[in-house]
Design a binder for this molecule. Sequence first.
Ligand code: ADP
Ligand code: MG
Length: 251
Amino acid sequence: MNAGMKALLMENLKTLKLSAMKRDLESCLRQARQEKLDYDEFLLNLTEIEVITRKENSYKRRLDEAKFPLLKPLETFDFGASPGLDARLIKELSGCEYVQKSRNVIFLGKSGTGKTHMATGLGIEACKSGIRTRFVTGCGLANELIEARDEKVLGRVIKRYAGYGLLVIDELGYVPFSKEGAQLIFQVLAERHERKSVIITTNMGFGDWTQIFGDANMTAALLDRVTHKAKVINCIWESYRLKETLKKSSK
Ligand code: ADP
Ligand code: MG
């Protein structure tokens, strides 16, 4: 290929915003010459690079947007350390079909049982699948909504929260909401109901959720919606942290 043609080709790739193909054109041409590849093989290689690069960039963008406090993937979760956990269910959930079906997942259990780790791991899988994901704590979400209301941008913030394919609300109930916080969280969950998925982690059994939200009627309405067709995972095993500490101290 002469220099003029290459310049034109580069220009076309730029116009078409095929930046990874543009970046790797030279090396792909060289490889094709060296390995005597056919046109179709060459084109396949070059387009494959664009596809892979875009997937990677989208994954990075999704991860950034999700704002996970710690990037704990499911790969580092030891299923053997959580006796009673249905590992098959977690593997199935990692396929993200529940998000396509707008179903919810609720992790119930004591502190240290791996709820945040599993919720984060599932969130990371969603990002990998190109699903817009956001991780918040219940308390953080309530504060953000109250602030938004005070600044008269509540509509915009609720719309943003309605837009995520997956919303992870961690530690629901660690701190009870104020009346307004509870109402605003209710509003976010109502917007998402049957349209988008939510993962909730909490140390409170459903019977105690009135303590989180204050109002009994609102809690009943919320539980009805959130738990409808949801996968509820009861984390009844001992705290992982505690077990680790005990292991260390017995050495
Ligand atoms: P919870 O949210 O239920 O309080 P975390 O998810 O924060 O618990 O887990 C506490 C700590 O123990 C974290 O560092 C987490 O990564 C780790 N952990 C919990 N369960 C497991 C497990 N089965 N395999 C590996 N690490 C675990
Ligand atoms: Mg937690």
